[in-house]
Design a protein around this ligand. Structure first.
Ligand SMILES: N[C@@H](CCC(=O)N[C@@H](CS)C(=O)NCC(=O)O)C(=O)O
Length: 204
């Protein structure tokens, strides 16, 4: 498997999942502004959407973070990174992945980070975050993970929590989420993935 990624972006969740799963993978850094990989490939020929993550598998290219994360988890079913397909628990995992992708990732941070987004839209996104963080805080108040154990949804959520500070959101105001992020970042696979991508982003 080959992961196409950009440091500290949403593709970090897939790197975390790969390390949690103990799977071998190659990594190719994508420069999102030029759609080139740092090893000189035209990324649009690999993923015409030009977005990360993309995972090259023996069967071809797979895109969309929630799909990629579940694919990785399914390569290592014993790890419990995703509950078995067809169960209610698997639907709950998909519920979380979709919530993070649409409400947190695209609904807030995509807007806050994109320089082309007008200030009013950014403010709208910023104002929508407390209700979402309150919902997550209430869910995680008595739990260590979104589901019963660590899953790829936690890999995705901890990735997005890393965007709070650069977006000017003080996670200290959300102690449940701060505790959750700190605990997850202490997991060896998360620490390794985050450490590597911080270094690649020049923040190591
Ligand atoms: N729908 C895609 C969105 C992925 C996405 O937004 N990736 C961002 C990085 S976090 C990206 O590649 N941005 C560059 C671009 O959209 O051109 C998914 O869920 O995987």
């Amino acid at each position: 498997m080959e992961l196409y990624f950009a440091p500290l972006s949403c593709s970090l969740a897939t790197r975390i999942a790969l390390y949690e799963a103990g799977l071998d993978a190659g990594f190719h850094q994508v420069v999102l502004s030029t759609k080139q990989t740092t090893d000189g490939a035209d990324y649009l020929k690999i993923n015409p959407k030009g977005q990360v993550p993309a995972l090259l598998t023996a069967d071809g290219i797979l895109t969309e973070g929630p799909a990629v994360l579940q694919y990785v988890a399914d390569q290592a079913p014993a790890t419990g990174l995703a509950p078995p397909a067809g169960t209610r628990e698997r639907s709950l995992l998909q519920q979380w992945l979709n919530y993070i992708a649409t409400e947190i990732h695209k609904g807030v941070f995509f807007l806050l980070f994109n320089p082309a987004v007008p200030a009013e839209a950014k403010q709208f996104a910023r104002d929508s975050l407390p209700a979402k963080y309150r919902f997550l805080s209430e869910h995680l108040a008595e739990r260590d993970y979104l589901l019963d154990g660590f899953t790829v949804a936690d890999a995705y959520l901890v990735t997005t929590l890393g965007w709070a500070q650069p977006a000017g959101v003080d996670l200290a105001e959300w102690p449940v989420l701060a505790r959750y992020a700190t605990a997850l970042r202490a997991r060896p696979a998360v620490a390794r993935a985050l450490g590597e991508e911080l270094a690649l982003a020049g923040r190591g």
